[in-house]
Design a protein around this ligand. Structure first.
Ligand SMILES: Cc1cc2nc3c(=O)[nH]c(=O)nc-3n(C[C@H](O)[C@H](O)[C@H](O)COP(=O)(O)OP(=O)(O)OC[C@H]3O[C@@H](n4cnc5c(N)ncnc54)[C@H](O)[C@@H]3O)c2cc1C
Length: 404
């Protein structure tokens, strides 16, 4: 049972209702089962099926395509709740959410009509692929490439790395170089909507040329698979260039960076969620465990830890919601999304470590939930841009906004 720590938050009635519904789902279905799927590193299929029924794959997809038509702010609240249960569950929806954002913002009408209804129900799930074995932060340095044949089709070649949902997805939004001589390099990049068979390592027929090597073994973030993807002569028709065969070519970098802005708000929400769970566990354990004749929560050193955790979580939550609200209002939020991602992911890691310390030796035992959180939290420092990259984004934007 969770220790009630919910802080005052400004929410609309819809946001409150949906957050409460997700919180109940997390308490009943995710938290009691996360340990099992984490230890087995197996995909939490029954939980994902229930998420489909709850409509959680279509939260931000417009109602005309069968989604809920809600905004990024509400989505961030949902992600916080899911991540309070287990960040791998938010990982199952995260790349899917980014894919639907790309379609909604840049897709042609045909692309929206073809993919969004099936994505809204979760019938098909999406992955998002920038990283390669030799490239993560420096996206303009990717080597995978696509060339157009005489018949207009594109042939994709190259190796991608760290693709979350790489095996179970049916569609991958993948960035490729289409003009290796472009100056600057980002103008020669294109995003392709590549379709594949879900859960199939070697694709055949119309999807031949795309293979998925065995999943990468990870320290945490278990259950949701991270894989390489090998494109070797994969054929992609021009209508599967994001934004259309003419307009979309050369736009991939800008499209993907735009999507990363919402992706960063999403990772920030995950940081708040995992930190919140660490605080709940720490509040509970510190009132149960006794040393020197009293609960450790009565020692001031422990209370200070709890106070710092709660304070940082509140700050991280507020900056995350601010970044989401700016984006919903149609304003640039790269600076704020960078700040939110930086603060919330670092807060996630710090709160998890403090909770671990409060658990003493038991924190090191697999019997306690904090052990899983301790392996999960560091991912948030890396995915969607490391803390160093966030500082670079924030610094650059500050100087642009305050140029003398
Ligand atoms: C579990 C997991 C899931 C992932 N899922 C996806 C996914 O679905 N799709 C996808 O495309 N990618 C995914 N990634 C990849 C992730 O986005 C990259 O790992 C991340 O962007 C960092 O890139 P890198 O690992 O190549 O590190 P590098 O870019 O090699 O960086 C190494 C170190 O150098 C620092 N550094 C780099 N450049 C600078 C600089 N200019 N100044 C100062 N420091 C610098 C970095 O901060 C880092 O500390 C995932 C990664 C993990 C671990």
């Amino acid at each position: 049972m969770a220790v009630e720590t919910a802080a005052y938050t400004e929410q609309t009635d819809i946001q409150r209702d949906i957050t409460e519904m997700v919180r109940q789902f997390v308490d009943e279905q995710i938290i009691p089962n996360a340990e099992h799927y984490d230890h087995e590193d197996s995909f939490p299929e029954p939980i994902v099926e229930q998420m489909k029924e709850l409509g959680l794959f279509g939260v931000t997809i417009p109602e005309e395509y069968g989604g809920m038509g809600l905004d990024l702010t509400t989505y961030a609240m949902i992600v916080e709740e899911l991540s309070r249960g287990w960040i791998s569950i938010s990982g199952v929806v995260n790349t899917h959410f980014i894919g639907s954002y790309l379609l909604m913002k840049f897709g042609t009408d045909e692309q929206k009509e073809h993919f969004l209804p099936k994505m809204a129900t979760g019938e098909i799930r999406a992955a998002f692929s920038l990283s390669e074995p030799e490239v993560g932060s420096d996206v303009q340095g990717i080597k995978s490439s696509a060339k157009q044949d005489a018949d207009g089709n594109w042939e994709l070649n190259g190796q991608k790395m760290w693709v979350t949902n790489g095996l179970g997805s049916s569609v991958v939004f993948v960035l490729m170089k289409t003009d290796p001589n472009a100056e600057p390099a980002y103008k020669g990049m294109t995003c392709f909507i590549t379709e594949k068979e879900p859960w199939k390592e070697v694709n055949e027929g119309e999807y031949a040329g795309l293979t998925v090597p065995p999943k990468i073994k990870k320290m945490g973030y278990k259950g949701v698979e991270s894989t390489e993807l090998v494109y070797d002569g994969y054929k992609c028709p021009p209508e599967r260039v994001l934004g259309g065969g003419e307009e979309g070519v050369g736009e991939g970098f800008v499209q993907m960076m735009d999507a990363l802005e919402v992706g960063r708000v999403n990772v920030a929400a995950r940081g708040v969620g995992i930190a919140q769970r660490a605080l709940e566990l720490a509040l509970r354990y510190s009132q149960e465990r006794k040393t020197f004749g009293k609960p450790i929560a009565q020692h001031q050193a422990i209370q200070f830890k709890l106070a710092d955790m709660a304070t940082k979580i509140e700050a991280a939550r507020l900056v995350t919601r601010k970044a989401a609200r700016l984006k919903d209002a149609g304003e640039r939020s790269d600076l704020e999304a960078g700040m939110a991602k930086l603060l919330a992911s670092e807060t996630g890691k710090e709160c998890v470590e403090e909770c671990f310390r409060i658990h003493g030796g038991y924190g090191y035992s697999k019997e306690y939930e904090i052990e899983r959180l301790y392996r999960d939290a560091p991912l948030l420092l890396i995915g969607e841009g490391t803390s160093e990259i966030q500082r670079m984004v924030i610094g650059k934007k500050l100087l642009q906004r305050h140029k003398i």
